[in-house]
Design a protein around this ligand. Structure first.
Ligand SMILES: [Zn+2]
Length: 238
């Protein structure tokens, strides 16, 4: 497990482990010093996020944009606090997850699974409501660090996205696939709005080009990343 407060993934792009390697945020730095933060971890994650920023001489006020891969409490839990602490006006998120964020509600889990139905009935599944400052759509290339492409990969949630940082060749997978205990896996089925749809849309991650696969859950894969992801998708999609 990584003990470093921040891990370089490529030029101007970093991973911040917010709960060991189990839950990650990402930082992309523009040439003019503006910072984009991707995902905000659990409610307590802002401490680790700020520590990570400081380790590479960045301050919370350097952050001018926050993007979330999806509206679950392990990614959005610290979002309201990070909006408060930074110069970001709100969060950018795919349109289909936007109302959950502004309402502070996790997207419902798959109620056709017993665990999913149980998760939906548990109290405290939400997070502090957070303002949505931009709604993202598939294929859009954000003016972030030389180009950050939005890949809509619904299933885990309806508005789930992956993000491809084009200049560095780093793919942020989001929760479509995880990298737990040195193995690529599907996310926990009960946590997905539709596990079937997640399996279907994850194939996008095997078709695009990148050098590093950076997972929201688990450490990055820096060698043969695309081959590893493709191999998993071919084995596991059926
Ligand atoms: Zn997650």
């Amino acid at each position: 497990m990584s003990r470093a407060p921040i891990v370089p993934l490529g030029r101007n792009i970093y991973r911040i482990p917010t709960l060991g390697d189990f839950i990650n945020s990402f930082v992309i730095v523009d040439d003019d010093g503006q910072v984009t933060l991707v995902d905000c971890g659990l409610k307590r994650a802002p401490t680790a996020i700020v520590r990570g920023l400081r380790a590479v001489n960045l301050a919370p006020h350097d952050v001018t944009r926050i993007v979330l891969t999806h509206a679950h409490s392990d990614h959005a839990g610290g979002a309201a606090a990070m909006v408060q602490r930074t110069d970001a006006p709100g969060v950018g998120v795919h349109a289909l997850d936007a109302t959950y964020l502004s309402g502070g509600k996790s997207v419902p889990a798959d109620a056709t699974t017993r665990l999913g139905a149980l998760v939906n009935r548990l109290p405290g599944g939400g997070f502090a409501p957070v303002a949505v400052s931009e709604e993202l759509s598939d294929g859009q290339v954000l003016n972030v660090g030389g180009g950050l492409q939005v890949l809509h990969t619904p299933g885990h949630t309806p508005g789930h996205i992956a993000l491809l940082h084009q200049p560095s060749g780093v793919l942020i997978t989001g929760d479509s696939i995880w990298n737990m205990r040195s193995r690529i896996t599907w996310p926990i089925q009960a946590m997905c709005t539709s596990h079937v749809q997640n399996k279907r849309t994850a194939h996008v991650l095997g078709e695009i080009n990148y050098d590093v696969a950076a997972f929201t859950h688990g450490p990055q894969i820096s060698t043969q990343a695309r081959e590893s992801v493709r191999g998993f998708l071919q084995r596991a999609s059926h």
